[in-house]
Design a protein around this ligand. Sequence first.
Ligand SMILES: [Cu+2]
Length: 168
Amino acid sequence: MQATILLITLLVMMGTLAIILRAVLAVDGPAPSPNVNQTRVKFLWGMVIVGVVVSIASLREWPHSAPGADAMVVNITSGQWWWDTDTTEIPLGQQVEFRVTSEDVNHGLGIYNDEMRLLVQVQAMPNYTNSIVYTFDEPGTYQILCMEFCGIAHHDMTYEFDVVEASS
Ligand SMILES: [Cu+2]
């Protein structure tokens, strides 16, 4: 039903546009001078060149978040309704690769700072390990909250870990 209404609306809009276009084309006027067409072609090529340059200049190295060779690996397992990690202390300034999985249903791992600002997120999926790389630049207590509704105690699915100054 919704698709039919959408199709009818689309056909009516296309028909209206076709009528307007036909009316506009039927109006006799002076043909554009060759200079106008040359200007349009130059403008078009200018836009194409600008588009290509901006696209290339704004490309980022791929993959965006590949961990470095010295990244610390933190495994995170989840389930209804808990998180578990193999460490609760992460050194400040250390690049961390979180490897996240689930033992039952899909969960969403969200890491928040002490102002409850979301820093990074990734899906926790059964039979699959997703990884996300992050470097903490502020010491403190961070929270993991579930970002995917996963059942009756979803709201209670929280966890804490600390980011501490690296001992030299
Ligand atoms: Cu949840």
